[in-house]
Design a protein around this ligand. Sequence first.
Ligand code: ADE
Ligand code: ZN
Length: 324
Amino acid sequence: MRSFIHALPKVELHVHLVGSAGVDTVLELARRHPSAGVPTDRDELARFYAFRDFDHFLKVYWAVQSMLEDRHDIHTLVVGLARELAAQNVRYAEVTVTPYNHLLDGMSGDELLAGLASGRSSAAGLGVELAWCFDIPGEKGLAGARETLAFAVTERPDGLVSFGLGGPEAGVGRAQFAPFFDAARAAGLHSVPHAGETSGPETIWAAVRDLRAERIGHGTSCVEDPALLEHLALKGIVLEVCPTSNVRTRQVASISAHPVRQMLAAGVVVTLNTDDPPFFGATLEGEYLEVASALDLGHADVARLAENAVLASFLPNSRKTELL
Ligand code: ADE
Ligand code: ZN
């Protein structure tokens, strides 16, 4: 099964750029920016990465974020991710970038875009095509939404395909972001908010109804509401399931207890993704392997999951055909 999974031409639809920073990349950044206080020693860094819960995860995420100062740092991140994807035969990835966080940290929009563009072109040289999702950090409220939208529609960099919403969900209602998603969709961007990762099915309903989500980041709690499961299946709204992430942030007890089983049984389109891979000790190949083993899937079922991701991507049809 391992070699079968490796050989499949894979697509990753839910991975955060900052959350994709592996140990080598973080060491490089920590040594470049010692004042950030991130360990510059490999073992110490590994302890720093030892997760307790979602809040601790966010703390580590912010420490990495704080080391990103210019195009050089962004380029380092993008190329580090691309190398990891190439090694796993992942041919295409839609990568979530949160411009507002970089702008708040004092990076100029031009630096961010230059790092993304040069990283993307190096990734192409490694055989990995990258596209971008610009997402609103929900915890920053409407100011973050306004700036993210303005940045996305005015800059409209090559490869930008979608508009998202991330961060904690509790107390961050999806509906308040509806006007921003409307404007993003009017500008031709696809709607891919996080929902139902750390809160209940009502958040997913809001993402579907208010934000017109085409794909949902996580959607884990949809299985608590049979009417929602039916709706997702009927409308072909895709779930970007991130099993290891859910286990590591303690939203789900284990991969075998993951609701992906019920999602599939209800006919919902499931894709497998990594979210913040090195933070959670995840790889895309590992997600396929773990789910295949927990659900006792055969080759055809696993191939179907990989096909789901190709079909649910925002690639043009001609490129999808090449990957199927
Ligand atoms: N930002 C980075 N990773 C995230 C996650 N798993 N959920 C919400 N926002 C995020
Ligand atoms: Zn995510």
